[in-house]
Design a protein around this ligand. Structure first.
Ligand code: IMP
Length: 196
């Protein structure tokens, strides 16, 4: 069975991705399998750039097909911020709560305006022999609101999904995984993955 290396050490992501890819004939391993892999500097200016940087570095190091993702939040009133800076927005030392409070503060002047936003995820697949790259994207549209709910992570409490009438942090893990930007990106990637 062909090996597919997930370019992440994040246990939550590994579990989610393994579930989403379970119907494909790959032996799926993550970076805990390659503990000596050097740190990868994600210095790309877009989600696509960063996902390719990660997938390529891991594929070249391991000699195996690699899948990497890059994701984050884009707020329209802030011209797409925090975008690729989502994980370290404001201050790299902050926790999730401090970070979304900072985001809310930045939006405080827009009291009666809908603060449309989206979670976006880009998946990059890199084949080291042919150097072939495949890209797929997924997004969830929503609005930034005052925090509600205590599931999930990151900006979930302040991301409201109008069709569901709930913030992302009010969804169970199962509900979130069904509609998440990551699961949508994987669904879009699957036909390409089946061809590699
Ligand atoms: P990563 O590239 O998937 O590690 O995500 C980068 C950052 O985007 C995270 O540290 C979070 O701040 C934010 N983010 C990505 N996906 C989610 C999500 O599903 N919920 C909340 N925040 C997210």
């Amino acid at each position: 069975m062909r090996r597919l290396v997930l370019a992440t050490r994040n246990k939550g992501k590994v579990t989610e991705l393994k579930e989403l890819l379970a119907d494909l004939a790959f032996e799926i391993v993550d970076l805990s399998y390659y503990s000596d892999l050097p740190e990868i500097i994600e210095d790309g200016g877009t989600f696509v750039d960063n996902a390719i940087i990660k997938a390529k570095a891991v594929a070249e190091y391991t000699g195996e097909l690699s899948l990497a993702d890059d994701s984050g939040l884009e707020v329209d009133l802030l011209n797409g911020e925090p975008g690729v800076y989502s994980a370290r927005y404001g201050n790299p030392e902050w926790n999730d709560r401090e970070r979304y409070q900072y985001l809310l503060k930045k939006l405080a002047d827009y009291k009666d305006t809908r603060k449309t936003a989206r979670f976006r995820c880009v998946m990059a697949l890199y084949e080291p022999q042919s150097k072939q790259v495949e890209i797929a994207e997924g997004a969830v549209e929503g609005e930034i609101v005052e925090p509600r709910g205590n599931h999930g992570f990151g900006y979930d409490p302040v991301f409201y999904i109008p069709e569901l009438g709930k913030t992302m942090a009010e969804l169970s893990e199962e509900e979130k995984n069904r509609i998440s930007h990551r699961s949508r990106a994987i669904a879009n990637l699957k036909p390409k993955l089946a061809k590699v």
